[in-house]
Design a protein around this ligand. Structure first.
Ligand code: ATP
Length: 362
């Protein structure tokens, strides 16, 4: 069993609460991603699981064992960092074997484990090279290899791909997923990159200011963000937010702001008339409709059109001076700058947040 549990974990550095009262259960064999902006406490959380920081309060369990005060070396974990920290004077083989030699693993066993990890990672032909003779991607594989040979119960990865260029990052992302499918070891992975989180995580933990905002599968978090922070953080380009108030007419619940009114889907959550709300619509949920469309639409004026081949990003502005970003596929039908357009979203794709608390209403 390599389930990881955090129970009421808090970490305070001087005046800063880096992580506040966090409860988290990472399942055996799960690939869990901690994501959030810089300073949200994700690395501190990982470092506490690793034993590199001690919680101010709370406990950490790996499997059945309480490890809160155990040394990192006694936790049966392996860490992969952003700077791979390979020993420059050691060949790849020795870099990968180093941790095993420290643990007095027999020589033959080391040979078998290093060769097996090198095969898995496609670096068997590089074992005789020094780190300086490797590309960035190859170095990252060696760093992963060094973790794999340990056969740990849990891999802890802190932004392991952020030193790689964009193309290699995408490639390594897929390789890490494949690696996890093969090894089925529990992984806790830290990134500030929401795309990385969405593509790699079986579940994602979104953090802000040391507090867990939401835990869920990528689909749950994308479709049902629990608050305005999560809604704005996950998705690219980010969700559009429009301020307005609730109106109720003939049993219908309406969102009203300067220039337009939209019907909201019915909800079990009580919404008060005149309640100040923020409407959230993802750029990919908006469609440009004919200007003579009589349905409930958002009229706006096009300011910038960005064509990136497979898709077009249109930046427009409502008469209330709020920005609306629209993502469409292809660029044949893209409107001109300055054009007056109308956009529409299916009711089921509308999100509504309370303007005061930021909590999701719909
Ligand atoms: P980044 O993406 O920038 O690495 P992060 O989400 O991983 O950020 P942490 O490194 O966990 O964030 O830091 C959380 C908060 O704790 C920050 O405000 C940071 O300044 C503070 N912090 C982290 N480590 C220490 C430390 N050793 N001493 C004092 N404050 C610290």
């Amino acid at each position: 069993m390599a389930e990881v549990r955090l129970v009421g974990v808090t970490k305070v550095f001087g005046n800063t609460t880096a992580v506040a009262k966090t409860d988290l259960e990472i399942k055996d064999g799960e690939f869990l991603v901690l994501v959030g902006p810089s300073g949200c406490g994700k690395s501190t959380t990982l470092r506490m699981i690793a034993g590199l920081e001690t919680p101010t309060e709370g406990d950490i369990y790996i499997g059945e064992r309480k490890v809160t005060h155990l040394e990192p070396k006694d936790r049966d974990i392996a860490m992969v960092f952003q700077n791979y920290a390979l020993y420059p004077h050691m060949k790849v083989f020795d870099n990968m074997a180093f941790g095993l030699r420290l643990r007095k693993v027999p020589k033959q066993e080391i040979e078998v484990r290093v060769k097996e990890a090198a095969e898995i990672l496609g670096i068997a032909h590089l074992l005789d090279r020094y780190p300086k003779q490797l590309s960035g991607g190859q170095r990252q594989r060696v760093a992963l290899g060094r973790a794999i040979v340990r056969h740990p119960q849990v891999f802890l990865m802190d932004e392991p791909l952020s030193n790689l260029d964009a193309k290699l990052r995408v490639q390594m992302r897929a390789e890490l997923i494949k690696l996890h499918q093969r090894l089925k070891t529990t992984v806790v992975y830290v990134t500030h990159d929401q795309t990385e989180a969405m593509t790699m995580g079986m579940r994602i933990v979104v953090m802000k200011d040391g507090i867990v905002q939401q835990v869920g599968t990528p689909k749950e978090i994308y479709n049902n963000p629990g608050n305005i922070f999560v809604a704005g953080f996950i998705g690219s380009p980010p969700m559009n937010f429009l301020k307005g108030v609730i109106e109720q007419q003939n049993g219908k619940v309406l969102f009203k702001t300067q220039g337009f009114t939209l019907n909201l889907p019915t909800t079990k959550v009580p919404i008060m008339a005149s309640q100040e709300v923020i409407l959230g619509i993802r750029p990919e949920s908006l469609t440009i409709v004919n200007n003579d469309d009589k349905g409930a639409c958002i009229p706006c004026e096009v300011e910038v059109v960005e064509n990136i081949g497979s898709e077009t990003i249109i930046h427009a502005r409502t008469s209330g001076k709020e920005e609306v970003v629209i993502k469409t596929s292809g660029f044949e039908k893209a409107p001109q700058m300055g054009a007056a357009i109308k956009v529409k979203a299916w009711q089921g794709n509308l999100h509504l947040f309370d303007a005061q608390s930021g909590k999701c209403i719909i």
